[in-house]
Design a protein around this ligand. Structure first.
Ligand code: AN7
Length: 344
């Protein structure tokens, strides 16, 4: 597949002399998961992007534009995935990256990525919303530094390409699209993307984690708590466009609690698809929606935004490791016993 910017250059409407900085983003698999009655459920595996999350789609465009506009550095606030992606693309483009994260609230593998790509890591007290406010204020006064959060319109334009891919693959818009909502950039991007590409849109199911669900409660939240650290956000920057997406598509916001998130994560993982808790929330939301009212017939897409290895805390707790001496005969006895237990 061509690099994302080349594949959809016409739709992105970026100047023709922009040089794309790419590490192989986009063109992610759309996997048929299950068929429930008249509904075909598809999973869009955004965790297969090069840094393991959907952020790479927006970041290739935002960083390429930053370079084009002669920025000297990029900056972002992040719950982790934006940081990892910004660090990687800044590295590719030869720009320094400053990533500002809420102290103690980012899954360690995401910090590992940012550090590996050579970003400057900055921990701030408070939550993501405080970090974003500080970063926005800094970028507003310093024109040499490009802000690459999803308040940067190029991020959103890049993320629209996921909607284009779904339409290309299914031959039209799905009936329903479920995705996790944190800062609400991605739901806004999908809505704009489907509209731009087809003038239509699916019904949007915007899923938030209970404890960090300002769009469900319809009030911003200063205190946020959920196991899904990626979407632990109380003041979504793109709340207004997210509300428009849900309203105009006759969709809804709903929240799922930590237990439902972990159960969905486990069900997907047992079926071969390992995603981080924030992504599993989308699937948990679809299961909840199914209990509330009949799902539409036709194609349903669940956007799985980030890879499982991004956040290993909980799955490690699922592991049971059996120790055994390394003789074939004892190993066989152990396996036979375990198999009996598994089949019980
Ligand atoms: C896996 O990295 O906000 O609603 O700073 O990492 O567009 O914010 C991440 C968000 C969903 C929510 N799934 O997307 C960040 C950050 C995963 C995420 C979301 C995020 P938005």
């Amino acid at each position: 597949m061509p690099v994302l910017i080349e594949r959809y250059r016409r739709w992105l409407e970026i100047p023709s002399d922009v040089v794309p900085y790419s590490i192989g983003e986009g063109s992610t698999p759309l996997v048929h998961w299950q068929t429930w009655g008249q509904s075909r459920v598809w999973l869009k595996l955004e965790g297969t992007n090069p840094t393991g999350s959907f952020k790479d789609r927006g970041m290739t465009v935002a960083v390429s534009m930053a370079r084009h506009q002669n920025a000297k550095a990029v900056i972002c606030a992040s719950t982790g995935n934006t940081a990892a992606s910004a660090a990687a693309y800044a590295g590719r483009a030869g720009l320094p990256a400053f990533v500002v994260m809420p102290e103690g609230q980012v899954a360690p593998p995401k910090m590992v990525q940012a550090a590996a790509h050579g970003a400057q890591l900055i921990a701030v007290q408070g939550n993501f919303d405080h970090a974003l406010t500080a970063v926005r204020q800094t970028a507003a006064t310093e024109s040499w530094i490009a802000l690459v959060n999803s308040v940067n319109p190029w991020r959103i334009r890049g993320q629209e390409t996921a909607a284009y891919e779904i339409v290309d693959e299914l031959g039209g818009v799905p009936q329903l699209l479920a995705l996790p909502v944190g800062n609400a950039g991605n739901i806004s991007a999908y809505f704009q993307g489907f509209r731009r590409y087809t003038r239509q849109s699916p019904e949007f199911l915007g899923v938030q984690a209970q404890g960090a669900d300002p769009l469900v409660q319809n009030r911003f939240m200063d205190e946020v708590a959920t196991i899904a650290s990626a979407i632990r956000i109380g003041h979504p920057a793109s709340a207004d466009t997210a509300r428009i997406a849900v309203k105009e598509s006759h969709g809804q916001f709903l929240s799922v609690d930590d237990t439902a998130i972990l159960s969905a994560q486990r069900e997907l993982a047992r079926g071969g698809i390992f995603v981080e808790p924030a992504s599993a929330a989308a699937y948990a939301g679809l299961l909840k929606r199914q209990n509330l009212s009949v799902l539409p017939a036709g194609d349903i897409v669940v956007v799985l935004t980030g890879a499982g290895l991004k956040d290993t805390d909980t799955p490690l707790r699922w592991a049971s490791i059996t120790a055994t001496p390394s003789h074939a005969s004892t190993l066989l006895t152990t396996i036979t016993t375990m198999l009996d237990e598994a089949l019980d």
